[in-house]
Design a protein around this ligand. Structure first.
Ligand code: BES
Ligand code: ZN
Ligand code: ZN
Length: 482
């Protein structure tokens, strides 16, 4: 999707004018509306249109014009503008428009643009092909062509090239997306953008001592993989400025601690962290960022079979720590244990971000729209929270206090992967991970267990993958150039 700034709507199929509750038409707006200005004024006066949030009316003319209500901005939700962007995408679809012009206060360009990208997404891989399908291709904002607005247009375009990749990978069922397919996806990306790629297969993981991720995948036909994508452009730094590590469990049955009906159905989503890292690496390459970045995908399938790991089994992670498998369903932290410690030791990144559908508990704490974040460095955590907010996404810090970390100690082993009686499931997940990063490297963990998947369709989400945190990770990458 292309995003432009222009002074008029001449090139667009339709024009969407966003108005606050009770807002009158200004002289400039009337000029843009041209011959339909009188009708718009009449309809507003007749209270045919009051500017309630999401309210729409269409004025038919040479160019059809849609009035879209923004509601009362003082009491609106954080994601309200993004939702309106999504609404514009569905209006464009209904009116069979390939291009839409938008008139809105400049403060909202970014949120509206991102909402359009999110709302226009469809996962139709398994549907009958519709040859006549019309897709929104161009979005033209009637706004000033300054540096800030141009950057917003560029970022929105990059988002439109990357968010569908991440969402598609999450939506594709595990039957069609194995750990091997994840390798192929990463190879495709590496080839297209000239990134370096290293793939560790089962034998190499064994040799390196990555027993934790191997244990998770040992019951599956397709074995575990650690995938490293390295992007470097005009950077003086020998080591990555930032490493992104994603949980890539292509399907999480729970293992022998099998997930019951009601919990297992959507577990193809369990590679959303890895899919977001791939999307982020693509965004970095599309934006031609100047810097050194590492993307790591920790891929495994948590299957049930006679070869699957058992509760009570003991594995040893790359950093030498022994782990008792107290619950085979706490597998994400095992994959990340090796990915984190191997990445830190071998690539020595200056900072590490990991992203994972790690716990169901995070949605108990924060619901389906706020991502939980935690880490070992206040300053970096603060930077991450600010990046999320600048990217228009919601994130909230969860505690990683010393007692949580103590509670990850094992009875017969150094650690165990789940501990009874502590509750605080998301903090315990983060606490377990903290054993695999040294204090020298600032590290932040994103738990997207509540936010990667939408049960309900809204104007920006369809049932399925949300593509959450992609914009935040890209914003962070942007801030770590050099
Ligand atoms: N993949 C799940 C977490 C999850 C659940 C993500 C629902 C998205 C939606 C993870 O591997 C898991 O099963 N975690 C357990 C941990 C527990 C066994 C310590 C959980 O959250 O219940
Ligand atoms: Zn699990
Ligand atoms: Zn999982």
């Amino acid at each position: 999707m292309k995003f432009y700034l222009n002074s008029n709507a001449a090139k667009a199929d339709i024009l969407v004018l966003l108005l606050e509750k009770g807002e009158k038409l200004s002289a400039a707006t009337r000029k843009t509306l041209g011959s339909l200005a009188e009708e718009a004024k009449k309809r507003i006066k007749a209270k045919d249109f009051e500017g309630e949030e999401g309210e729409t009316i269409i004025l038919y003319g040479k160019k059809n014009i849609v009035l879209l209500g923004m509601g009362d901005l003082k009491s609106s939700l954080p994601q309200a503008m993004e939702q309106l962007g999504g609404k514009i995408a569905s209006i464009a679809k209904k009116m069979k428009s390939e291009s839409v012009a938008i008139m809105v206060k400049e403060d909202y360009l970014s949120d509206i643009a991102n909402g359009i990208v999110l709302g226009a997404y469809e996962f139709d891989k398994y549907k009958k092909k519709d040859a006549k399908k019309i897709q929104l291709k161009e979005v033209i904002f009637l706004a000033t062509k300054n540096k800030k607005n141009k950057e917003i247009m560029e970022e929105a375009e990059i988002f439109s090239l990357t968010s569908p990749l991440t969402r598609d990978l999450v939506n594709i069922p595990a039957g069609d997306l194995s750990t091997k397919d994840m390798v192929n996806e990463a190879r495709k990306l590496a080839k297209k953008y000239g990134m370096k790629i290293i793939v560790m297969n089962e034998a190499q993981l064994k040799k390196a001592g990555c027993g934790a991720i191997l244990g998770v995948g040992q019951g599956a036909k397709e074995t575990s993989k650690l995938i490293f994508l390295q992007y470097k452009k005009a950077s003086k730094s020998k080591v990555p400025n930032l490493a992104f590590i994603g949980k890539g469990v292509v399907f999480d049955t729970g293992g022998l601690n099998l997930k019951p009906t009601g919990y297992i159905e959507t577990m193809k989503q369990d590679m959303a962290g890895a899919a977001t890292v791939l999307g982020t690496m693509k965004a970095i390459a599309e934006a031609k960022l100047k810097g050194h970045y590492l993307g790591v995908l920790a891929c495994a399938e948590n299957a049930v079979s006679d070869r699957a790991q058992r509760p009570g089994d003991v594995v040893r992670a790359f950093n030498g720590k022994s782990i008792e498998i107290s619950n085979t369903d706490a597998e994400g932290r095992l994959c990340l244990a090796d990915a984190l410690s191997y990445t830190e030791a071998k690539f020595k990144p200056k900072k590490i971000v990991d992203i994972a559908t790690l716990t169901g508990a995070v949605s108990v704490a924060l619901g389906y729209f706020i991502t939980g974040v935690m880490g070992n460095n206040e300053k970096f955590l603060d930077q991450v929270l600010k990046a999320a907010s600048a990217a228009g996404e919601r994130a909230w810090p969860l505690p990683l206090d010393a007692d949580f970390i103590k509670a990850t100690k094992g009875d017969f082993t150094d650690l165990k992967n789940s501990t009874n009686g502590v509750r605080a499931g998301s903090s315990m997940g983060g606490a377990f991970l903290s054993n695999f990063v040294t204090k020298d490297t600032p590290w932040v963990h994103f738990d997207i267990g509540g936010t990667a998947w939408a049960e309900k369709t809204s104007s920006t989400t369809k049932y399925g993958a949300t593509g959450v945190a992609l914009r935040t990770l890209f914003k962070l990458a942007d801030q770590h150039q050099g």
